[in-house]
Write a protein that binds this ligand. Structure first.
Ligand SMILES: NC(=O)c1ccc[n+]([C@@H]2O[C@H](COP(=O)([O-])OP(=O)(O)OC[C@H]3O[C@@H](n4cnc5c(N)ncnc54)[C@H](O)[C@@H]3O)[C@@H](O)[C@H]2O)c1
Length: 375
């Protein structure tokens, strides 16, 4: 039990005792009680993170250097990475030292890649402070930065030694950012653990709510299971991309005017429609209910022709066309090619559904063609 009697949940990623295995701890009030075996620690956090979180980690770990990096994806650049590596070298962080990443998925992706590359790799610890950071980015070992040519084009698989998800930190997160992260938790419900679906939509799933820790821990458990069985994305890990083919296209066509989590909310509904069109169960009531709960900003008026080229450039595309992750039923995902006629017809139906939900065409600008974002 953590202070205050709140239960702490521990989730194993990988096979205990084997290289690359680690534990994710979920609970309130974890930051103040942290410890790591390494004596020399570098702490990396985004500039806009509430100071109290930084101060708690500094008090617990006594870092040799604390590096503040730009907010959001502005920190995921080769320039910022170079600056971070220089600060580590300047502080003489040794080979048996550690890098600790505190913040959202952007800062922890950068910190992980700094840990992977400094002195050819030092220990890395992750302290995610966003819902997306906890249920998605912190688990699976992917680290990296962006290039002007596209997102996440440079990086490494560099698993953390441990992940601590202090759910108390979510209290300062803007509600819209919390709801963006919920899209990944809901997706984990659709592809693997349907018990998550009503819980994500429950009013008690909120910072400080009775369903927060359990739902976050169970959503992490889904990803932990998938990446344990498929650590380097050769098979089952593709299922985590349910809803992401259209999501990546929406992010790209709006030049990231739509956030990833909001795009995933939209993409889940399209993928549910495709699943039904190809003979699967009708899961669209679930994805409609999620969009009603998430209330993402409305999309610009888009045509199928606007998004199709971006879907074709998704990482699941190959010479024979785009492969989609679809569901035969709840928790029964599969990969398949979808005929163009179905993609087009379901796009029209998806847009009609959005109109009904009050989420149709508000006029975000569409952007010129560039790489969609691999996650
Ligand atoms: N490595 C992976 O497997 C993986 C998976 C999914 C996403 N990602 C990456 O994660 C990033 C998105 O992460 P995100 O959604 O966490 O957004 P983010 O990291 O951009 O954080 C959003 C903003 O909230 C601030 N913030 C963080 N925690 C806060 C808190 N508790 N209170 C107040 N403000 C807080 C951040 O500093 C930032 O400015 C993208 O770069 C994406 O590529 C990585």
């Amino acid at each position: 039990m953590a202070p205050g009697g709140i239960t702490v949940r521990r989730i194993e990623v990988g096979h205990a005792g084997e290289p690359g295995a680690y534990t994710v701890t979920v609970g309130a009030d974890l930051l103040a009680g942290l410890s790591v075996p390494e004596r020399h620690v570098a702490l990396i956090h985004p500039v806009d993170l509430p100071r109290e979180f930084v101060a708690q980690v500094q008090a617990a770990l006594n870092p040799a250097v604390t590096v503040e990096v730009p907010a959001r994806d502005d920190c995921k650049t080769l320039d910022v990475l170079g600056g971070v590596l220089s600060r580590l070298a300047g502080a003489n962080i040794p080979r048996d030292g550690a890098v600790v990443g505190l913040g959202g998925g952007a800062a922890t992706d950068l910190a992980g890649f700094a840990a992977a590359s400094y002195l050819r790799g030092v220990a890395f610890y992750t302290l995610p402070t966003t819902l997306l950071g906890m249920v998605d980015a912190a688990v699976g070992g992917k680290t990296g930065v962006n290039l002007p040519e596209g997102k996440n084009l440079v990086g490494a698989f560099w698993p953390p030694r441990a992940v601590w998800c202090d759910t108390g930190t979510l209290a300062s997160l803007p509600q819209a950012v919390f709801r963006e992260g919920a899209a990944e938790a809901f997706k984990h419900g659709l592809i693997s653990d349907p018990s998550l679906l009503p819980r994500v939509l429950d009013p008690e799933f909120r910072p400080g709510g009775a369903l927060l820790e359990g739902t976050v821990a169970d959503a992490i458990t889904v990803k932990a299971g998938v990446v344990t069985r498929d650590p380097t994305e050769r098979g089952e890990r593709a299922y985590l991309n349910f809803g992401h083919t259209l999501a990546h296209a929406l992010e790209a066509v709006t030049h990231h005017g739509v956030s990833h989590g909001d795009a995933v909310g939209y993409g889940l509904h399209y993928a549910a429609r495709l699943s039904r069109a190809l003979g699967g169960s009708d899961l669209t009531d679930h994805t409609r209910a999620f969009l009603r709960w998430q209330r993402p900003p409305p999309l610009p008026a888009l045509t199928y022709e606007d998004v199709a080229p971006f879907m074709a450039r998704d990482k699941k595309a190959d010479a024979d066309g785009v492969r989609f992750v679809l569901l035969r039923a709840l928790a029964d995902p599969y990969l398949t090619r979808v005929p163009e006629s179905v993609l087009r017809a379901e796009f029209t139906g998806w847009q009609a559904d959005l109109e009904e939900l009050g989420l149709g065409g508000a006029g975000l600008p569409a952007a010129p063609l560039h790489n969609p974002a691999p996650t």
